[in-house]
Design a protein around this ligand. Structure first.
Ligand SMILES: [Zn+2]
Length: 151
C-alpha cells in the first residue's frame, strides 16, 4: 500500500509540475510578496503573472539572488526590499522547487513598499533625490528598489 501511495504522490507531483510549466514561462513578469530576506537572496511568494493572467497557487515560491536585484552593485537585499513589499519580477529560470527571478530592470522592483520601522505603506511622493524614501508616518529614511512606473 505504501508503495502505491508513493506512486500516486509521484504522479501528482508530475502533474503539478506540468501545470506549473503551462502557467509560467521564462521571461514572464510575475508579482508577489517578499516573504523572507536573507543575506544573499529574498524569497517571494508568487501570486500571479502579468503575461497570461493565470492565478497561481499561493505555494509558488520565487527567489531573487542579490546579484540579480539591480543592474548596479547591491551589498545586501535589505537595502532594496523589506518583508511584505509587493514586487514585480521577471522569471529567469524554473526549477522543480522554485522560480528564479530577477528585478534588475528599471520597470521591475517594488510596486507597493512598506516602512522597515513602522510597516506603513510608503508613498512614492516621498522619494528623495538620492534614491532614498522617507516614511511620511515615522520619518525614517530608507532605500528601496522601486519599479519605475510606466507613464
Ligand atoms: Zn515608518
Amino acid at each position: 500500500m505504501q508503495n502505491l501511495d508513493l506512486k500516486i504522490q509521484e504522479f501528482n507531483n508530475i502533474l503539478k509540475n506540468i501545470k506549473k510549466k503551462e502557467a509560467i514561462n521564462i521571461g514572464d513578469t510575475v508579482y508577489g510578496e517578499v516573504l523572507v530576506i536573507k543575506d544573499n537572496l529574498i524569497v517571494v511568494g508568487v501570486n500571479g503573472c502579468l503575461d497570461n493572467k493565470k492565478v497561481l497557487s499561493p505555494a509558488d515560491m520565487g527567489v531573487v539572488f542579490v546579484k540579480n536585484i539591480d543592474s548596479k552593485f547591491i551589498e545586501s537585499p535589505q537595502d532594496c526590499f523589506a518583508k511584505g513589499d509587493i514586487i514585480l519580477a521577471k522569471v529567469s529560470d524554473i526549477s522543480p522547487f522554485e522560480y528564479k527571478l530577477v528585478t534588475n530592470y528599471p520597470e521591475l522592483g517594488v510596486i507597493k513598499g512598506h516602512c522597515k520601522k513602522c510597516k506603513q505603506t510608503l508613498d512614492r511622493k516621498a522619494l528623495l533625490v538620492d534614491g532614498k524614501i522617507q516614511c511620511l508616518n515615522c520619518g525614517t529614511q530608507q532605500t528601496k528598489k522601486f519599479a519605475k512606473l510606466v507613464e
